[in-house]
Write a protein that binds this ligand. Structure first.
Ligand code: ADP
Length: 192
């Protein structure tokens, strides 16, 4: 299986690049943010719970997020592989993901970390708010908080994958096509 962790701060372009990867490799795309938003839309109790965190730019608690992600993975029998987009966002989530994949006799193949500097992220998120209607993109104070949470709780996950020799830094600025090409190049190296 080809199992990719697509990693990066809010606004780094994970969703956009996931679409390119799905098309090329026919992987199953699991975006925890998308799944939470779908729950919100359908007014499930999970959605109601997630909303209280998302609206403030905080992380949904690990127990909740991990259970949800596990259930999503287990819905698929014999997939080609997964793209994990927006997960893991904490070391506890990374450990839980490793345990889950080990139980399925597979593992993470590579972590692709999209690197974009903060000022550019803020610009992108405010621009996205105009189209997405996402409350967490529209408010500069919430954006600040999401970036702060990323720096404190999520960025350390890079070290976790460095320890497994799976961390790959991808420059996340330039045209969408250029970034896709960098990702495809990185994947050729691991598949060789
Ligand atoms: P972005 O990467 O643009 O911040 P996402 O759509 O990935 O947006 O996530 C939106 C929100 O959903 C996050 O701010 C957080 O509240 C929640 N969320 C998504 N993934 C996770 C996760 N793995 N752990 C905890 N909370 C999450």
């Amino acid at each position: 299986m080809l199992n990719i962790v697509l990693f990066g701060p809010p606004g780094a372009g994970k969703g956009t690049q996931s679409e390119r990867l799905i098309e090329k490799f026919k992987l199953i795309h699991l975006s925890t943010g998308d799944i939470f938003r779908a729950n919100l839309k359908n007014e499930t109790s999970l959605g109601e719970l997630a909303r209280t965190y998302m609206d403030k730019g905080q992380l949904v608690p690990d127990e909740v997020t991990i259970e949800m992600l596990k259930a999503e993975v287990l819905k698929h029998s014999s997939p080609i592989g997964f793209i994990f987009d927006g997960f893991p966002r904490t070391n506890a989530q990374a450990i839980a993901l490793d345990e889950l994949l080990t139980s399925l006799e597979t593992e993470i193949s590579i972590m692709l970390a999209l690197e974009v500097e903060e000022e550019e992220l803020k610009k992108r998120l405010l621009a996205r708010a105009e189209q997405s209607g996402r409350a967490d993109d529209a408010d500069p104070a919430i954006i600040e908080n999401r970036i702060a949470v990323y720096n404190k709780d999520t960025a350390p996950v890079k070290t976790y994958y460095q320890g497994q020799n799976k961390f790959t830094s991808i420059q996340g600025t330039g045209s969408i096509d250029e970034i896709t090409q960098r990702i495809f190049n990185a994947l050729e190296n691991i598949q060789a």
